[in-house]
Ligand binder design. Sequence first.
Ligand code: NDP
Length: 444
Amino acid sequence: MSYVDEVIAQVIEKNPSQPEFHQAVKEVLDSLRLVIDQNEDAYRRDALLERLVTPERQLIFRVPWVDDKGQVQVNTGYRVQFNSAIGPYKGGLRLHPSVNLGIIKFLGFEQVFKNSLTGLPIGGGKGGSDFDPKGKSDREVMAFCQSFMTELSKYIGADTDVPAGDIGTGAREIGYMFGQYKRLQNRYEGVLTGKGLSYGGSLARTEATGYGLLYLVQEMMKCHGEEMTGKTVVVSGAGNVAIYAIQKAQQMGAKVVTCSDSTGWIYDPEGIDVDLLKEVKEVKRARLTEYAAARSSAVYHEGRGVWAIPCDIALPCATQNELLIDDAKQLVANGCKAVAEGANMPTTLDATEYLQANGVLFVPGKASNAGGVATSALEMTQNSERLSWSFEEVDSRLQNIMINIYHNIDNAAKKYGKEGNYVVGANIAGFEKVVSAMNAQGIV
Ligand code: NDP
């Protein structure tokens, strides 16, 4: 049995009931076979893969808090400090009822490679809780966040582990957690990112993931002899990533004709009106029906359907497993040239393979949505310097980072004879830097 297969089998045996973690390890290691097979003896001797798939530290803790009726509630908190070979652990905190150890490990494992691809000194980690902020009062959210941070604060720090937001953890939650950390530790330091601008947050962090996605796509198109001007783009989602992806695509001269939310989608052949979309989603927190009601060129449809609209570029920016094999077939039939993931794992494996087999340029989220975490790392730098950079400065660094990511994954794919396969390229480029740092630091 090859070393890769041996380690995949061990991961399944040693981590029962964690299907998402098994899947993530399998996908990454499968695409690294080319590299690992060439170094099998040395890697096996050093148990390199066993160390790579085993988190450095896994913390699971009780989070008791009191609800508005005086009832004590108990949630479970997690922080998985996966790999610190290239820098302090960095990765978000997810607050959602579906959170369990396997999901946090899958996200933490992926984060190691994503963070490596940014070129910045950040290791990989992830955390969260099965607490659901939806439907809770501000006081209840604060009570939870303070209790969660009371335990988490023992294990994190500006040079150790710097968590950020993720699903369910927005500006409000980050603020409560930061306040509690400062109170407990008596230290004002950049221990969290995604902070408000009045207490150490970075300009351009809000826009970073969507803008970064477009910077990478633009560079890729340029390298394939294409311009963004005049391209038709379909986008899914209407949240943070989608809104700023739409905005940047339009600034680049493309026309974005769709967006979606969890109940329906919009087709707007005149091009999405971003100001109206922001008003509906960021200000009113309403459904997309309100967008259609305010704009005569827009048609609202229930359910899903954005991938059926003919386009040059498709950007899935909503959620996992939202672009399926039939969608991929439709995109290919309509002449789509490129798909780049704004969300995490929006494209199923069979859909990815179909797109690649049919000549569509495909960029995995690990590379194309890395602008968010990269800008979080820039927030850490500003906090360490006790300085705040201008929007233009952060944006221009983001742009360089995304262009570099594209060339890194492109070169890595070429180096191993897989030109144009950016899935393989992203995994290899992320892996090589982490492995080089792990090897240099000895058996730890
Ligand atoms: P938001 O919560 O701001 O937006 C998510 C959007 O997707 C919302 O419009 C939501 O609809 C919609 N949505 C949710 N579920 C579905 C569904 N089943 N079908 C269609 N639409 C759906 O999240 P973000 O924009 O921040 O994140 C989107 C994705 O990007 C996630 O996968 C996230 O992990 C990833 N990501 C985000 C980063 C960031 O910096 N924000 C960084 C890297 C990755 P509704 O409005 O109805 O809730």
